[in-house]
Design a protein around this ligand. Structure first.
Ligand code: TTJ
Length: 685
């Protein structure tokens, strides 16, 4: 039954409204007799469409919000916020308020024109009921200026949020009236939109409670996740004021985000703890009308870019967006940037006589060293490609971005000769470092691909299937020895680390290549490094960092994560990096060992074993205190272990974190550590 096409009459949701109940439009519900007649005529069609739509979403939520885990729960919020953002982009809304209530219901409220309340001819329902019950009805009515450019998951629409909510309340203030409609049990309207009073201002307020039978993993919102998204929306849509309030604690916490400088302020935020070559980001913007294949329809495409070079060596500081969606896999807008950058910098370097006419050109990668760029494109009909549909495919965008940057950057370089020269000289250094390091890189890359030169310290596994193979990078030789003895030799390889590794965030390229530990990891993992890194060539699909549960162990862990982030970023993007979780405590009871992985678990264990107060227990100071068998049983056996899988939800935030934590400046490190006591991501089973 589940896979058969549902036919009218199959509905047995128990929620269907009887005709006479469902259709009681009264005078104040609709604006005129003619529409009332038409609405009645269309009732059955629209009602069926509504039921079909809501049922379809609840049956297969994964088709609409990708996942019903925590990320999907948060997508509901993005979907609703996007409607208010669209209203703001159309110029009608100035303030958006987001509340996380006790019990984890969410309110999004704006001072826009308000969702239309009269009957929409096509659906025979009020504008509110249409937007919240008909799939892809979108928030835009008529062609009144602007188009829907936001779209959390490519704009699945507010009706999906409604269908996946236990209840939803919508209040609209419009044309002096206050209107209200409640939906329950996955989006079914309770009665119809009612005018419940007069209204002073105008706007739309939506409160919803995600359905726990759909979001079975969690219905608890993560403040940091919502804060990051709200901040990003405020950066990407300069001038919009978004206030976030968390009411779940003793005292409500409120933060307001408003950046009149838009993406210029975004670049400055990402780079706030780096030393900027051009303290004032370069800003370019422009729009172009393109006529579609039908020769008639015109589309207006808008592009804006902010650029700042700093003392960083990173070459992956480009953050691209389309319609406020992060295009993690890049696309034609990023290609347009690279094209324009290479051409403009080389032209300028020759015009300013920094290089000679017949000197070799700087490469695009040289121009990107130390560059933080935010590209934001608004497109009415974006085409997404790539593995995760986050690569922009529209070919016309390449030229538009290239033109916008050519015009803007060329003028800026000519008007700011001092910064321009400093930028070109930095690129020139990058180019020279590239040449000097290329030889070392070539040597490392060859050895990384030639597995006969694997480092002697590596105890490799016998399987050659990367999918099942795991590489444990272990702190210290003694733990390394226990791991080699206790491991599953078929699938688990061990690479012991001799103490701390180099902090690549602060080291120059030549020192990095001279470091044996770095070289061993590159050779063992395979696939090369940086722009040559090919994740399909890695030799292990799980890279597990196993360090002591102490300050040194944490430091080694963050040094390794910094290395992976700067040199093998796809390892993190594709979720190949894990953190082993060794036990903190051991209790011997009736001749058997029992383990606890944190203080809370220790207390539970003591209770479960019925221990008397004062029963001895061991607190592990390091991995080396466990013998091979214990290390296997507690931390390496896939059937028993718990590992943390590292994922990067927000590239710009990660970039800032690594700079703050690992960069040269001390103050931001202290501030970051104070703010982020925890550094835990999703638990991998
Ligand atoms: C669209 O153009 C015609 C007049 O009404 C415009 C509109 O829909 N404005 C609007 C919709 N403002 N805010 C919304 C909105 C806000 C939230 C929180 C949720 C939804 C689905 C829409």
């Amino acid at each position: 039954m589940a896979d058969e096409e549902l036919k009218p009459g199959d509905f047995s949701t128990g929620n269907e409204f009887k005709e006479e109940e469902r259709f009681q439009y009264t005078k104040e519900d609709v604006t005129n007799e003619k529409e009332l007649e038409k609405a009645k005529a269309d009732y059955s069609a629209s009602d069926l469409q509504v039921l079909e739509g809501l049922e379809a979403v609840r049956k297969r939520p994964g088709m609409y919000i990708a996942t019903t885990a925590s990320a999907g729960l948060h997508h509901l919020v993005w979907e609703i916020i996007d409607n208010s953002i669209d209203e703001a982009l159309a110029g009608y809304c100035k303030h958006i308020n987001v509340y996380i209530h006790k019990g984890n219901s969410i309110t999004v409220s704006d001072d826009g024109r308000g969702v239309p309340v009269d009957i929409v001819a096509k659906s025979g329902l009020s504008g509110v009921e249409t937007v919240f019950t008909i799939l892809h009805a979108g928030g835009k009515f008529g062609g009144e200026g602007g188009y829907k450019v936001s779209g959390g998951l490519h704009g699945v629409g507010a009706s999906v949020v409604n269908a996946l909510s236990e209840w939803m309340d919508v209040t609209v203030n419009r044309d002096g009236g206050k209107y209200f409609l409640r939906f329950e049990k996955g989006g079914h309207p309770v009665g119809h939109l009612k005018r419940i009073g007069d209204a002073e201002g105008r706007g739309t307020t939506v409160t919803f409670q995600p359905d726990p039978t759909i979001f079975t993993e969690t219905t608890v919102y993560d403040y940091d996740t919502i804060q990051r998204h709200v901040r990003q929306m405020a950066f990407l849509n300069g001038g919009i004021e978004i206030t976030l309030t968390d009411e779940r604690g003793e005292v409500p916490v409120t933060e307001t985000f408003k950046y009149d400088g838009g993406i210029r302020e975004y670049v400055s935020y990402i780079d706030q703890n780096k030393i900027a070559v051009n303290p004032e980001p370069v800003y370019c913007q422009g729009a172009e009308e393109v006529t579609l294949a039908d020769g008639v329809t015109k589309e207006r495409i808008y592009a804006e870019v902010a650029l700042q070079w700093t003392d960083s060596y990173s070459q992956d500081g480009i953050y691209s967006f389309c319609n406020n969606i992060s295009t993690k896999e890049g696309g034609t807008h990023v290609e347009g940037l690279n094209l324009a950058l290479g051409r403009l910098i080389n032209d300028y370097a020759r015009r300013a006589k920094i290089i000679k006419e017949d000197d070799a050109n700087f490469k695009a990668e040289d121009c990107r060293e130390g560059l933080t760029a935010v590209i934001s494109v608004k497109h009415p009909n974006p085409q997404y490609e790539g593995q995760t549909k986050t690569k922009l495919g529209n070919s016309e965008v390449r030229k538009i971005v290239s033109t916008v940057i050519s015009d803007g950057l060329e003028r800026w370089l000519d008007e700011n000769p001092t910064e321009a020269r400093a930028i070109v000289e930095k690129i020139q250094l990058a180019s020279k470092a590239r040449d000097a390091a290329r030889i070392a890189r070539e040597k490392i890359r060859k050895s990384a691909l030639d597995i006969t030169t694997l480092p002697g310290k590596l105890a490799d596994c016998s399987s050659r299937d990367p999918e099942v193979c795991e590489l444990y990078i272990v702190e210290g030789n003694s733990a390394g020895g226990s791991a080699k003895t206790g491991r599953d030799r078929e699938t688990q390889a061990i690479l012991p680390l001799r103490g701390k590794i180099l902090n690549v965030e602060k080291a120059r390229e030549d020192r990095i290549w001279a470091n044996a530990e770095i070289g061993n990891m590159i050779t063992a993992i395979g696939g090369g490094i940086r722009e040559n890194f090919d994740v399909s060539k890695i030799r292990y699909h799980k890279i597990v960092i196993m360090t002591d549960a102490d300050v040194d162990g944490d430091h080694i862990r963050i040094l390794l994560l910094t290395f992976f982030y700067r040199f093998m970023r796809p390892l993190l993007d594709n979720g190949h990096v894990y953190i082993a979780q060794p036990p903190l405590y051991k209790i011997d009871y009736k001749g058997s060992p029992y383990y606890a992985y944190n203080d809370a678990q220790l207390e539970v264990l003591k209770k479960e074993l019925g221990l008397k107060p004062g029963h001895p227990f061991q607190r592990y100071k390091g991995l080396g205190e466990m013998d091979a068998q214990q290390l296997w049983e507690t931390t390496m056996d896939p059937k028993a272990r718990k590992m943390i899988r590292i994922t990067i939800e927000d590239a710009a935030q990660a970039e800032k974190a690594f700079t703050d934590l690992m960069g040269d400046e001390v103050a931001p490190r202290r501030k970051y550590i104070e703010e982020h006591a925890k550094f835990v991501k999703n638990l991998d089973i």
